[in-house]
Write a protein that binds this ligand. Sequence first.
Ligand SMILES: NC(=O)c1ccc[n+]([C@@H]2O[C@H](COP(=O)([O-])OP(=O)(O)OC[C@H]3O[C@@H](n4cnc5c(N)ncnc54)[C@H](OP(=O)(O)O)[C@@H]3O)[C@@H](O)[C@H]2O)c1
Length: 329
Amino acid sequence: MYKANDQRYEEMKYNRCGRSGIKLPAISLGLWQNFGSVNVYENSRAMIHTAFDLGITHFDLANNYGPEPGSAESNFGQIFAQDLKSYRDELIISSKAGYLMWDGPYGEWGSRKNLIASCNQSLKRLGLDYVDIFYHHRPDPETPLEESMSALDHIVRSGKALYAGISNYPAARAKEAFRILRELGTPCLIHQLRYNMLARDYEPDGLFDLLEQENIGGIVFSPLAQGILSGKYLNGIPAGSRAAFSSPLQERYLNDAGLGKLRKLNKVAEARGQSLAQMAIAWILRQPSVASALIGASRPEQITEIVKCLNNTKFSAEELQIIDQVTSC
Ligand SMILES: NC(=O)c1ccc[n+]([C@@H]2O[C@H](COP(=O)([O-])OP(=O)(O)OC[C@H]3O[C@@H](n4cnc5c(N)ncnc54)[C@H](OP(=O)(O)O)[C@@H]3O)[C@@H](O)[C@H]2O)c1
């Protein structure tokens, strides 16, 4: 039987999420990959134990995580029932709706029908009465924003989620969403966005400035560019790694120019006494609006390695300049 590490709150850092009452661990664990029905259940379970033992109190899900879609929620529900039930009030569990989940016109995007039905499905799979955060997973170009946001407001008011969030919204649309939610009386807790040293689109978009102005917390997904920024690809593609199964990742990042960048970044990390993965996460956390870096993992040891980045999260102006130069060309 699992018993959590008594020292679990000693090393982790907790950051306030915007101006809310919630603090998030600087590192959170996402269950997008490696927690589905095709994966080894005991490995998924061991990753959850390792994370929680290190003070990672936040686990992020979505309706469609698997594969099979839905199976990451079912597996997490099983692990929760087996091991974590007595720790429910120490956990922040999130889910989302917006990407394709079921057949027909109501199985994706941002209608009230989709969001509320999906939240109900997620709660069943998770075996929970409520999730802590429920997100609209992506902006819907057709549904009025008022409808999607009022569905989030309803989900919170009906007790199915404690807080509302949005994900993948560029700054202009996020600003509108924040206004509508504020007016509805359910202020947005958090924005979940993709950001890493190789994907910096939200800087010119103005999203970080907006989050600071509105004092809303950010949580960054794919902070390692799906593992590309872990350093393990510097000498080839290891069998079983994520890029080994993904030609888009290989084509985009692992060509000669991409590997050249990774080598230069790795040198900066070495000079800081960190692995490239640790530096990549520390670099995310330098953004004042970012409360948490939301990592994925395929093995418990990866989580242990990442958490050690908290020993060195400060960057000199020179280090930041080199990283900017390397990543901007
Ligand atoms: N809102 C959205 O639209 C959205 C989209 C995507 C993700 N997310 C969320 O963000 C979470 C994280 O996304 P992500 O998985 O792309 O994050 P990531 O942290 O960029 O990549 C995770 C992958 O990197 C590798 N890795 C991690 N730590 C490592 C280490 N110490 N050494 C070597 N390799 C390491 C592992 O891949 P290997 O398999 O190669 O070992 C791992 O599965 C998801 O689970 C999900 O919760 C949200």
